[in-house]
Design a protein around this ligand. Structure first.
Ligand SMILES: *Cc1c(COP(=O)(O)O)cnc(C)c1O
Length: 472
């Protein structure tokens, strides 16, 4: 067994020599010999490179230093790339941070169907092949009052599929005020083109009237469509056509009327103290033949796109080959079924659904939380930064009610020191929080790192890891 000498040498030790040290041997037990050998080679190569470029670190080739580096590299590599973070951005349904957190019921359901085989496409009653949509279709119909329903990978896929199934090589009328772009390059005109249909723009950006639609309908029209302008609001001199009037016009021409709700919600959000969010029930009551909405926006479930409406249209959609390409996997179906079941008991929804729970927290509750954790955060930062409690405005996120704000509170952390180098200190502060075992994501505003505490639930985990915070 080689000793961990602390000698200086112009030449780094050999791979074999390093592999014989106690620490590297125990690393092999933990990570496997193959990964460890690769890491040793990589670290030796970087030391050699440093020596050749004459840097100071390149002069010390003690085994200890090299083994430290190998262990650091292995531990970094062992971290999964996709992992949990604390979303303290103040945007509850943050698309970049995975949107809706899942309720325990959904997590258990996913674990149950992934551990082994399931009746994904098997009818247990009849003992023959079944349909994967069957696990959720009747639930969705019960909750929305729709005749039929189907589900795909996300709402973008839902819109694509509806258009391709019902309007291939035909025209679709959409108001110019509704040609939205959702983040991540989902643009209605582009989706139309990819779905193989022709967008027929109607009206103007700020005003569209019923007669604009009526004049635009031709023999080539396949359907009329409304798109919820989820991430912006047109104000001032505006006019748009109510759903019920558009539905009537479509039906006069024997055309389906389709509504892309974007977020959508299955229950009245006002009862939870939130702004009203359009529901598929309302659209159906107004005469919509099909409605599409997201599973992971206000609904609070997994990424999915729900399509509800007339049975004959849903049947046509299900037969489209794209449906097979866009179908949900069993994990998502399990999670979505569990979340939809929570809606059967609306009285307990706010308690069970984490996204709704976060959206309903009051400023005073969040302030209490801020007061409770402030001393520990201040202690972890020491002399490096100051912390104070501030009032904040959170957002729902994911395009739901973009102009509405939710009164919130949180911590403002400011690096100590004068103006010079302030930007750099703020940068290393945010990076230190991102380097924690469960990275903490906040936002930077007015020279401070802001943590909105609306979404902080696992408080112990948050505080426990603060002892590992290293602010330079
Ligand atoms: C969010 C949104 C979409 C896309 O939904 P995803 O579930 O993110 O694919 C489509 N249309 C509207 C109006 C939206 O708000």
């Amino acid at each position: 067994m080689a000793h961990e000498g602390s000698f200086f040498d112009l030449r780094p030790p050999s791979v074999d020599k390093l592999l014989q040290t106690d620490r590297i041997e125990s690393a092999c037990l933990r990570y496997g010999r193959s990964l460890v050998t690769d890491a040793v080679r990589d670290v030796l190569a970087s030391f050699r490179e440093a020596r050749n470029s004459g840097s100071a670190i390149g002069q010390d080739h003690s085994i200890k230093l090299i083994v430290d580096e190998v262990e650091r590299l292995l531990s970094n590599q062992a971290q999964p790339s996709l992992r949990a973070v604390f979303n303290l951005t103040g945007t509850v349904l943050h698309t970049n941070l995975g949107r809706a957190p899942m309720p325990e019921e959904a997590i258990r359901a996913v674990a149950m169907v992934t551990r082994g085989a399931s009746n994904l496409e098997f009818d247990l009653e009849k003992g023959r092949r079944g349909d994967r949509d069957s696990h959720i279709e009747s639930l969705i119909c019960k909750l929305t009052g729709a005749e039929a329903a189907t589900v795909v990978n996300n709402n973008a896929a839902a819109v694509l599929l509806v258009l391709n199934a019902l309007a291939l090589r035909k025209e679709v009328q959409v108001s110019r005020g509704e040609l939205v772009e959702i983040g991540g390059s989902f643009r209605i005109p582009d989706i139309m083109a990819r779905a193989g249909c022709k967008l027929r723009e109607v009206g103007t950006t700020n005003r569209t009237h019923l007669k604009d639609y009526a004049e635009a309908v031709t023999a080539r029209t396949a359907l009329l469509m409304s798109v919820h302008t989820s991430n912006y609001e047109v104000t001032g001199f505006t006019a748009s056509v109510p759903q019920a009037e558009l539905a009537e016009l479509a039906h006069q021409h024997d055309l389906p009327y389709v509504v892309d709700l974007g977020s959508g919600m299955l229950v009245e959000t006002k009862q939870f103290g939130l702004p009203h969010e359009p529901t598929p029930q309302e659209a159906i009551a107004d005469g919509a033949d099909l409605v599409t909405f997201s599973g992971d926006k206000l609904l609070g479930g997994p990424q999915a796109g729900l399509i509800v409406g007339r049975a004959d249209l849903i049947a046509k959609i299900k037969k489209n080959p794209l449906k097979r390409a866009l179908r949900l996997d069993k994990m998502t179906i399990a999670a979505l079924e569990a979340v939809l079941r929570l809606y059967l008991d609306p009285d307990r929804l706010a308690e069970k659904l984490p996204s709704l729970r976060a959206l309903m927290r009051t400023r005073s509750e969040i302030c209490d939380l801020a007061n409770a954790i402030l001393p520990k955060v201040a202690a972890a930062l020491g002399a490096a930064a100051s912390v104070r409690i501030i009032e904040l405005d959170s957002q729902i996120g994911s395009g739901a009610q973009p102009t509405e704000i939710l009164p919130s509170a949180g911590l403002a952390i400011e690096p100590v020191g004068g103006k010079r180098g302030r930007g750099a200190r703020l940068k290393s502060l945010t990076s230190a929080f991102r380097s924690l075992p469960i990275p903490v994501i906040g936002r930077v505003k007015d020279n401070a790192f802001i943590l909105d505490l609306r979404c902080l639930e696992a408080c112990e985990d948050f505080l426990d890891q603060l002892e590992r915070l290293t602010v330079p």
